[in-house]
Ligand binder design. Structure first.
Ligand code: DOR
Length: 487
């Protein structure tokens, strides 16, 4: 048995179908391994000779998957009579990504995407569980709206799911009555973005942070600062504000002011705070490195902010308009440094599909903010491994282990005997190119079109079933509701 210890592993002891095959066009390189399926697609799967990356180390192993769970991790597991065998000699075996920030648009905005379409895109990108945001229509700001969303998701998601409860200027009583296991967290838009969910009353913010018994996740951008900057840009450019002005309008000061306020309130009330999609070097000074299990306040970066810089507005324009804005290269460098040194804890996507027409109205202000990212989640993040910026162990920690810890997800996020078999086989270090016509998201485009990536998703398993392999979605409905270990 070959064992490589990974560097920088701070949390060794975790705090404790409808068969439907949809062909998608060739996305990633031709498979270099084989999947031998038993005729009836039995629930028993043996992954042979995979390089397992888990809990800070690498280890060559076989895995026996049965009844939805990881039954055994061992060398040389022999095949039962009816089993699907995956030869994974050339593949990395990772716990599936738990994406704690997606916008899947259902209910109310399903022209852009819905739970079924976007969760299919997600499993193609190595995401096995998602946590979905409340800026739908209606917004998820009542317990009834939350219950309705869970009812909509039942038997319709390719990946496991949970939903955020949205904070608003007038739902503090609903927040106080929310059972701790019902939502993954409370989402507070401390800056205005898609969906009119801004909470700008400081007194209300104070009450939300005081009342929250579950993680508060924040979108941090100070709206009055943004509005002042927008006024200045309008005076300068008139109606034709270029996309490249976006990081000057949604600037460093706006992000910093708002993140500072969130952290101040979390410290005052002892709130579990997770600051979403950070984008600036200046904000990195607000966070500390350390063991995820010991942190009250945690930080997140999204794949597009690790990938693009302000230079890309020239070619991609408002296609990469998103909130918070993609900023100058020095910020991306600072984000990567914080990923390496542990000040940032989680990598997510902020998958936010909009139709091409909504991104191309011909006007900066009316062009929608947000990018479809789920289908390329792990391949995009893997570029940091391919280019030697982070270790594969750190990537796994930030995409699977840490979200499980932060949100107290039960029996997922790690590859352990007895845990749910939410697994990804990733083919490393083989170049492939992204094309728009491969998109599974309903919006039908990707900001990565033409981009070369070097890690591709060979197979995704959710609850012990192969939901994605050979560039095909095999099961659209195997996702289960996430359970949270909250007592
Ligand atoms: O760019 C963004 N788009 N940022 C958000 O916070 C929301 C998202 C959306 O829902 O479109």
């Amino acid at each position: 048995m070959v064992v490589h210890m990974g560097a920088g592993w701070p949390c060794a002891a975790f705090c404790a179908a409808n068969p439907y095959v949809k062909a998608v066009m060739t996305q990633s390189p031709a498979s270099i391994t084989t999947i031998r399926e038993s005729p009836d697609m039995t629930d028993t799967i043996i992954i042979k000779d995979a390089m397992l990356v888990n809990e800070g180390r690498q280890q060559r192993t076989d895995v026996l998957v049965a009844k939805g769970r990881i039954e055994r991790l061992d060398s040389n597991i022999s095949s039962p009579a009816r089993a699907t065998i995956i030869d994974a000699q050339k593949l990395l075996l990772l716990p599936g990504m738990i994406d704690d920030q997606v916008h899947f648009r259902e209910p109310g905005l399903t022209q852009k995407g819905d739970l079924a379409s976007e969760s299919a895109a997600a499993v193609a990108g190595g995401i096995t569980s998602f946590m979905e945001m409340p800026n739908t229509s209606p917004t998820t700001t009542t317990r009834q709206a939350l219950a309705d969303k869970y009812a909509m998701a039942l038997n319709r998601c390719a990946a496991n799911y949970a939903f955020y409860f949205g904070g608003s200027n007038d739902n503090i009583e609903e927040i106080r009555r929310l059972p701790a296991a019902d939502a993954c967290g409370i989402k507070v838009f401390m800056g205005a973005s898609t969906g009119n969910m801004l909470v700008d009353d400081e007194e209300i913010l104070d009450q939300i942070f005081a009342a929250a018994m579950i993680p508060v996740t924040t979108h941090c951008e100070h709206t009055p600062t943004i509005l002042e900057n927008l006024e200045r840009a309008t005076r300068r450019f008139g109606k034709d504000i270029p996309a490249s002005a976006h990081p000057e309008i949604r600037n460093v000061e706006a992000c910093l002011k708002s993140s500072q306020l969130a952290i101040k309130l979390a410290k005052k009330h002892g709130t579990k705070l997770h600051v979403l999609h950070l984008t600036t070097a200046e904000e990195m000074a607000l966070f500390t490195a350390g063991d995820m299990c010991d942190k009250q306040i945690t930080a997140e970066v999204c794949v597009h902010h690790l990938h693009f810089t302000a230079d890309d507005y020239q070619q991609l324009g408002n296609q990469i308009k998103c909130n918070p804005a993609i900023k100058e290269a020095r910020h991306r460098e600072a984000l990567i440094k914080a990923v390496v040194d542990g000040r940032i804890d989680i990598i997510a996507t902020d998958h936010a599909p909009h139709l091409p027409a909504e991104k191309n109205t011909g006007n900066y202000i009316s062009d929608a903010a947000g990018l479809p990212l789920a289908q390329h989640a792990l391949p995009c993040a893997y570029e940091l491994v391919h280019t030697g910026r982070i270790s594969i162990e750190r990537l796994v920690q930030m995409t699977a282990h840490n979200p499980a810890i932060r949100f107290q997800v039960s029996e997922r996020g790690f590859i352990r005997e007895g845990y749910f078999a939410d697994l990804v086989l990733l083919q490393p270090d083989l170049a492939w190119t992204v094309h728009n016509d491969q998109c599974l998201s309903r919006c039908g485009w990707t900001p990565f079109a033409g981009q070369e990536f070097h890690g591709s998703i060979h197979t995704t398993m959710v609850n012990g079933q192969i939901v994605y392999s050979g560039n095909k979605i095999h099961n659209h409905t195997n996702g289960q509701r996430l359970i949270f270990d909250r007592h």
